[in-house]
Design a binder for this molecule. Structure first.
Ligand code: ADP
Length: 262
């Protein structure tokens, strides 16, 4: 609480009492804390890849460059860390634009099956590397919904990309789409490591990971699900998780078929 005091006087200057104004600043302090935590997290996240890039580049310059095997290995690390750095910057910029509502949606009619098929094709190589199987829906009658195609793509890519990262080799990933009278339900399912109950709400927070090491090794930025949640909500949709540790996870998204016009 923030308090300020002022004497209350009569017209002759005689003090009759005190006026105390109390301001509840809990919400302001909380926002300030969220903001400063975010800045601290961003700085830390950016520092990690840069420290690694600098370290490996220095070791190469100090002589490791003469060994072709070591050079290749170090250059691969430098490349992967720069790649993660690049994705981190893009995710931070995206998130800040989304949160400031500076990303207007371009609403159009989207063939959701076709979109999923495009995305799966773009991620096929990554799936092949882990020998993951993608199961196509048996009935692929087109299902349409209104939304911003690029943003819906970003939502689904993030979820399938996570399914790939958090599922062991030879695992299975499916995307199911169901059409209800006024809603489209999308389920991204994997039979991977699952998400502990206690972490289920928190994984939508910026930079929250169940296992930091695992996320970093798979090139994660820790921002994917925060972006997904914002984008789902900007489409007036909802997202929830069903998961069994060690068995797998399902991310369930519900969108209105038509976006409200205003
Ligand atoms: P990251 O870049 O770390 O993957 P995300 O915001 O996309 O960041 O996800 C946050 C965390 O949620 C991940 O670090 C991981 O611990 C957990 N997670 C996300 N998707 C899955 C999944 N399909 N299976 C298991 N854990 C997941």
């Amino acid at each position: 609480v923030d308090a300020s005091l002022a004497p209350y006087t009569t017209e002759h200057g005689e003090v009759k009492g005190v006026v105390i104004v109390l301001h509840d600043i809990t919400a302001i302090r909380r926002l300030e804390k969220i903001r400063s935590d975010f800045v601290a997290n961003v700085s830390h996240e950016l520092k990690t890849p840069i420290t690694s890039i600098k370290g490996f580049a220095e070791t190469l310059l100090d002589g490791a460059i003469d060994d072709p095997d070591i050079s290749k290995q170090f250059l691969e690390i430098i490349y992967n860390e720069s790649d993660r750095f690049h994705r981190l910057i893009n995710d931070i910029l995206d998130l800040s634009q989304i949160e400031q509502k500076k990303l207007p949606l371009r609403i159009e009619r989207v063939d959701i099956f076709k979109l999923i098929e495009d995305i799966v094709q773009s991620l096929q190589e990554k799936m092949n590397r882990k020998e993951l199987v993608y199961e196509r829906p048996i009935d692929d009658t087109p299902i349409y919904m209104e939304g911003d195609c690029d943003r819906l793509r970003q939502i689904i890519i993030n979820l399938i990309d996570n399914a790939i990262s958090y599922t062991a080799e030879k695992g299975r990933i499916t995307v199911e789409v169901e059409e209800l009278s006024d809603q489209v339900v999308l389920k991204v399912r994997d039979n991977g490591i699952g998400i502990p109950h206690a972490d289920r709400d928190r994984i939508f927070e910026r930079f929250y990971r169940v296992d930091k090491g695992r996320s970093r090794n798979s090139g994660g930025t820790g921002l994917g699900l925060a972006i997904v949640k914002h984008l789902v909500e900007s489409h007036h949709g909802t997202i929830r998780i069903e998961s069994e540790e060690g068995q797998g996870s399902v991310f369930i998204l519900q969108f209105p078929k038509a976006q409200p016009h205003n």
